[in-house]
Design a protein around this ligand. Sequence first.
Ligand code: V47
Ligand code: SF4
Length: 386
Amino acid sequence: MELPLSTDSRFNEIAAKVEAGQRLSFEDGLYLDTEADVLSLGRLANLVRERKNGNYAYYNTNIHLNPTNVCVYRCTFCAFRSDLKAEKAYTFTDEMIRERVLEAKEQGATEIHVVGGLHHLKKFDWYVNVVRVIHETWPEIHIKGWTAVEINWFAHLTKKPYDWILQQLREAGLGSLPGGGAEIFDETVRSQICEHKADSQHWIDIHRTAHQLGLRSNATMLYGHVEEAKHRIDHLLRLRDLQDETGGFQTFIPLAFHPENTGLSHLPKPTCEQDLRTIAVSRLMLDNFDHIKAYWIMLGESTAQIALSFGADDLDGTVVHELIYHDAGAETPEGLTVSQLHRMIREAGREPIERDTLYRRVIRDGAAWSVGEPVCPDDSSRSLEL
Ligand code: V47
Ligand code: SF4
């Protein structure tokens, strides 16, 4: 492997560790996040990205369902939530859920991504029913649903342990957990942006429990608001520790803060430089994660294309009906077609591969699809039972 050329000796020291497959420390991460030249950093992250995933860039065919925007919490970064009696409040009926699933089927989606607010009046059964209605309408679709914040809320509602909650949801048809609700783990930052919701230890405990039950999950980090570099690196290291323990995370998704219509609207949006730097630092620090996702909806298509050479290997998907980012001012389209995703990936010099939620190749034959082998060798060596 050719090392990135830099006149910066501290950078070269870190690059030598990466070349030798050695783990980076908190101090290394801080240096990369705050001082390293962004192009050298990107090149280093790209080496790791290509080592793990070659020239492939993954995407999936998916659709979103946010069954309600009514939420008991008031995260200062959130533009999506609604008070119970506000004009913008909505809650899906079973019939509306069925319609969304049939739309997903019509579009050949392999995944439905389900997250929403914590409704003041809905009991745990209502959330189980959402999963059951989806599953009964179309059993083939993978349900990636309910973040750790929601699981924590269900435990509060039922006074039952996390493994019981997860088992009930799984029996109803849940396939995996999305990575939302992680925000920034540091407690002082959390108290400023999402004071009352599940704390970092609970978020970690819920993902650990899910992994122990054989459910895969994703992880996220919301950056570009009030946090500092030390909080981002601490966040990544806490995820790396849990991944060492369980191996159950599939992908990491850095989420760029969108300020419009939020309680933090006075803050600027992260720049393209910060987006790319965060992707690259994440790729380098999370040496035990197979995939880093550049979520095109929030990065914008151009930055997401460049991110494919800064450490990212995945773009997420067709993402029809996205609300969380669009309520917060995202100017990206509300969905992309498969041919648009292919074009984006090919223009960026990568080879598009359709994957399912569990990172297996999707094989299409007209309107029918099936799943094949894991998309990269690392995925097949994972010990979790699916
Ligand atoms: O937890 C909310 C974030 C998350 C804003 O697992 C915001 O594949 C930026 O987790 N600006 C939910 N971010 C979305 C999420 C996700 C998205 C895509 C893929 C996956 C996956 C998971 O969205 C929340 C919060 O961190 N968020 N409001 C905002 N204004
Ligand atoms: Fe509610 Fe989630 Fe928005 Fe927080 S981020 S206010 S928990 S919908």
